[in-house]
Design a protein around this ligand. Structure first.
Ligand code: MTE
Length: 326
């Protein structure tokens, strides 16, 4: 359990403004002509009971709940479990808000994670072994999607810096790439999302990855993370838009060259590698000045770095006006 010095970043709960426009990435994909993205939008399913993610007992279930780190809290109310586990983005399973159901088909055992590239020694480790080597804690983080919705979620997991230490990168490593399972994994199980390019991948600089905030998520709300939220292990980078937070990671590569992310490859002008949550940098087709809290329904002002500037602003000192960082 890590105890760090107190830092405040709480966002005031205020200033609801009427929601005038609702944009989302499904529209982006439709605009781009991806046939598979044509499903009509429906409101999120709201099951009245918790979601059973499997008939079998998760082999890491005994690890939860983990101790909450009191330094990582938010003044906004926690998003209800039923919403955070049904209002998901996971394009391998579709482009609608029923993907939480589709994701139940994802096989999550056995699950291995490969560390490769610029490391002392490449290795592949079983997830159930890896997690037991890590110091687990719970952190409440805000989660802001580029689609202008947000949540507040109690995530369980461990700092990415612990994963980096475990991987033993060489000093020449400047970037990390986090990769999701590939097409073979899901085609073999009947998942047929056809748009290119799989597998989903995104990356961070070494400084970003080893920042205190960067978190490897293995659980939610005191339980192992459900499939639709990125089981068995996903990233969460709270000062960046949610697309950075790669789900269901099978490979972590240490690189000298900057990796190209999934969304950057599809539509680089909209979803840049360097983009941070920033109310002053609108998406080409909608404003990022406000966001809708998906739990409360309130529309609230968006805060630079999602309110975590105290932790991360120094990473961008002097570079704020560079187009690179938008
Ligand atoms: N990871 C994979 N493998 N595939 C995805 O489609 N979507 C990203 C990110 N990680 C995505 C992904 C986006 S756009 C967001 S906003 C978050 O996951 C959503 O996380 P959540 O469903 O837990 O809220």
């Amino acid at each position: 359990m890590l105890i760090k010095r107190k830092r405040g970043w709480e966002l005031p709960e205020s200033a609801a403004t009427p929601e005038s426009v609702y944009w989302n990435r499904r529209q982006v994909l439709r605009t781009m002509g991806f046939a598979a993205a044509g499903a009509a939008l429906a409101g999120p399913a709201m099951p009245t009971l918790g979601l059973a993610q499997d008939d079998t007992v998760d082999p890491t279930a005994d690890l939860y709940p983990v101790e909450a780190n009191p330094l990582y809290t938010a003044e906004r109310p926690l998003t209800p479990y039923e919403i955070a586990t049904t209002y998901n983005n996971f394009y391998e399973f579709g482009s609608h808000k029923e993907i939480w159901r589709m994701a139940q088909r994802l096989p999550i055992r056995p699950w291995t994670v490969t560390f490769d590239g610029l490391v002392e020694e490449e290795k592949t480790v079983d997830f159930d072994t890896l997690i037991r080597a890590m110091p687990l804690e719970e952190r409440v983080y805000r989660h802001r999607c580029v689609e202008a919705w947000s949540m507040v979620v109690p995530w369980s997991g461990f700092p990415v810096s612990e994963l980096v230490a475990y991987a033993k990168p060489l000093s020449s490593a400047r970037y990390l790439a986090f990769q999701t399972f590939g097409p073979d994994h899901f085609r073999a199980n009947g998942f047929r999302q056809s748009w290119y390019p799989w597998p989903y991948v995104d990356g961070l600089t070494m400084a970003g990855a080893t920042n205190d905030l960067s978190f490897m998520v293995t659980g939610l709300y005191g339980q192992p993370v459900p499939r639709q939220n990125g089981a068995p292990m996903r990233l969460h980078v709270p000062w960046k838009y949610g697309f950075k937070s790669v789900k269901s990671i099978v490979r972590v590569s240490f690189l000298e060259e900057r990796p190209v992310g999934y969304w950057e490859e599809i539509q680089g002008s909209e979803y840049g590698f360097w983009a941070n949550v920033n109310p002053d940098v609108p998406h080409p087709r909608w404003s990022q000045a406000t966001e809708r809290d998906i739990g409360t329904g309130e529309r609230i002002p968006t805060v630079i770095y999602n309110g975590y500037g105290e932790f991360v602003a120094h990473l961008y000192d002097g570079l704020e006006s560079e187009p690179l960082f938008k």
